[in-house]
Design a protein around this ligand. Structure first.
Ligand SMILES: [Zn+2]
Length: 609
């Protein structure tokens, strides 16, 4: 498979059939109310829990959770890959896909569509760089960067710049007769109330953001003033700049990464630049906020291993944990190691303090696996002298160990835990093998290659008792997808995120979806997700959540519930009580469940701090 099947073709194929006709080949369906019901083809059951929603063109099993559109049905039913499923449906619909596929590949648009905007950014970057390097206005900024250890050569290479206190770009471009609409569209300016424009960046050191081809597409400005204004401001998204898809320095890093297959993920632009000038050329950074699904996908296309080198402070460590979780979910084949710099220093600080040799040493030695990182991270904020907390800690660590394939690594860690906490290795091993049996083999399910035999022994799902916050998240996510106003309202809240990883992942992917689509279409979005587990989650939401006309106060209420109301500290306290009760009762199964819930609460709590 050299290239992907174009989305229009996939959409045409999917809409050419009725999912009911395809499913009926495998399942006897009976009409009941608006939906069709039948016995799930993947497991034995007496009462039907499998349904087809013809209006939405999706299937869903309330019992095993499988769900999706016609493609996911065939992927699960016949062990097909996604392209194979598309071809299969095309056959049913008598669509000659190969021919169209070739045509689609030949008519790809030239990339120069936004040439005028690219030119504008190139000019702006040159001008800002000139201000920094050659003018007295830029002297303070230049001194600052020199102080941070950057040479002129590095400043040239990364096109660092300075935006002066006075208007610079506007008169420059107006003098050249650049079209007003183009200037407006560029996002290099802020619009005044009367519709006139002014420079967006004023008195700031500017980091130039380039796309994968090295074209300038945005700036990030660091304030030089010592007052209360924002330390960093970034270009807003524009037709050139989609921040969830870009990685700082990806253009310069990609060739070194292709050679070594390693990529280093830093937290700040300064870290990337400092490392680069110290000879470490495979570093990138995400755009200010946390790592996104698209960025992980981008990385996984060229690298086999990610080294995470976030800041040593608490926020950096929490971001590391989130990055590990996200990478594991999005690109399970990608190997992860964590660079743990001594003394909680940032990479940039460390480099300045200890010099290049020490720095490159630290990047290649002292690496942690996700397991050793988690063991260290989970200790934070926990009193391990307390029996219940120690137990909760051990249980969480064992749970992570249960996902490690290598028995040797598991053994090593178990012995280390036994020594460190003065507990018997045998009892730890016993608990570990119990947990291993409980851990589903997610990776097989993810690529749709699970055999029917494996599917048949899947345990029935637990009763779905959802917390108020989870119910709020489910409703809000559905409203956001179905109603553009709700989407805009919620995405304008800084720091908004879903606490449940599944919903957060759907939310992150929806951002990518919206950047290339004008409206929410369930079938299209399911194809866009291209992941069986996410398709299941979304189908479950679509079947479960009523889409009414959301009012603004109702939206605010849900956001409030998710972000503020749930008093985590109270919940954590309550959970602790339940844990010690379960301990007294000797109910191990309950203890495991409670402990897991407890850890999730703690993580959320950490993430909020
Ligand atoms: Zn089922």
């Amino acid at each position: 498979m050299a290239t992907r099947i174009p989305e229009e073709v996939i959409n045409q194929v999917r809409t050419a059939v009725n999912i009911t006709d395809v499913v009926s080949e495998y399942v006897q369906l009976h009409k009941q109310g608006r939906n069709l019901f039948g016995k799930c083809p993947w497991h034995d059951e007496r009462t039907p829990s499998f349904s087809v929603n013809e209006q939405k063109q999706i299937f869903h099993c309330f019992s095993c959770g499988r769900g999706g559109n016609v493609f996911q049905f065939l992927i699960e039913m016949k062990n097909l890959s996604f392209p194979e499923a598309v071809l299969e449906v095309a056959k049913i619909a008598h669509i000659d896909i190969d021919q169209q596929y070739l045509e689609g590949a030949n008519t790809s648009k030239p990339v120069s569509e936004h040439a005028a905007l690219y030119d504008l950014y190139t000019e702006a970057a040159k001008l800002y760089h000139h201000m920094l390097m050659n003018t007295s206005a830029g002297q303070e900024a230049l001194d600052y960067l020199h102080q941070r250890g950057l040479s002129d050569e590095t400043l040239d290479l990364f096109h660092l710049g300075y935006a002066p206190k006075e208007s610079l770009l506007l008169p420059f471009f107006q003098e050249r007769g650049i079209d007003y609409q183009l200037l407006r569209q560029s996002e290099l300016f802020v619009e005044n109330e009367d519709g006139s424009l002014r420079d967006r960046f004023v008195n700031r050191v500017l980091f130039t953001i380039r796309n994968s081809n090295g074209q300038v597409i945005a700036f990030s400005g660091r304030s030089l003033a010592h007052d209360e204004q924002a330390k960093y401001i970034n270009s807003p998204e524009s037709v050139l700049f989609n921040k969830s898809q870009e990685l700082f320095n990806f253009d310069l890093a990609k060739n070194p990464v292709k050679r070594s297959k390693d990529i280093i993920l830093f937290e700040g632009f300064m870290d990337v630049i400092a490392a680069f000038s110290a000879g470490v050329q495979n570093g990138v950074a995400s755009m200010g906020t946390s790592l996104t699904v698209e960025q992980v996908q981008k990385i996984s296309r060229i690298a086999n291993q990610v080294l995470i080198a976030y800041d040593g402070d608490h926020a950096g460590q929490a971001a590391t944990k989130r990055a590990i979780d996200l990478i594991t979910q999005v690109a399970p084949a990608l190997k992860i190691q964590i660079i743990n710099l001594p003394d909680g220093l940032d990479p940039d600080e460390y480099l300045r303090k200890f010099g290049e040799t020490e720095f490159t040493n630290a990047l290649t030695h002292g690496l942690e696996t996700p397991v050793t990182f988690a063991m260290r991270y989970l200790k934070q904020g926990r009193n391990l002298a307390n029996e219940a907390e120690k137990l909760a800690y051990l249980d969480e660590v064992l749970k992570i160990l249960a996902t490690v394939d290598n028995p040797l690594e598991r053994d090593l860690q178990v012995n280390q835990l036994a020594t460190e906490f003065n507990v018997g290795a045998a009892s730890l091993n016993e608990q570990l093998s119990y947990l291993i049996k409980q851990t589903p083999q997610d990776n097989q399910a993810r690529d749709g290659k699970r055999t029917r035999q494996q599917a048949a022994i899947l345990p029935e799902p637990q009763l779905k008792v959802r917390s108020r916050t989870e119910r709020a998240e489910r409703t809000l996510l559905m409203w956001m997808l179905h109603d553009w106003h709700v989407w805009q309202e919620v995405t304008s809240i800084s720091d908004f995120h879903f606490t449940k990883l599944e919903y957060e992942t759907l939310f992150l992917l929806a951002q990518g979806y919206w950047s290339t689509h004008n409206q929410y279409d369930l079938g299209l979005f399911l194809d866009y997700l291209n992941d069986n587990n996410l398709a299941r989650a979304l189908t479950d939401l679509e079947n479960d959540v009523m889409i009414s006309q959301p009012s603004l106060p109702a939206v605010k209420q849900l956001v409030d519930q998710i972000m503020n109301v749930t008093p985590l500290a109270d919940q954590i306290k309550h959970k602790m009580q339940q844990i010690s009760e379960a301990q007294q009762l000797g109910n191990n199964e309950l203890l495991v469940t409670l402990t897991n819930e407890y850890i999730i609460l703690l993580r959320q709590h950490h993430a909020q701090q």
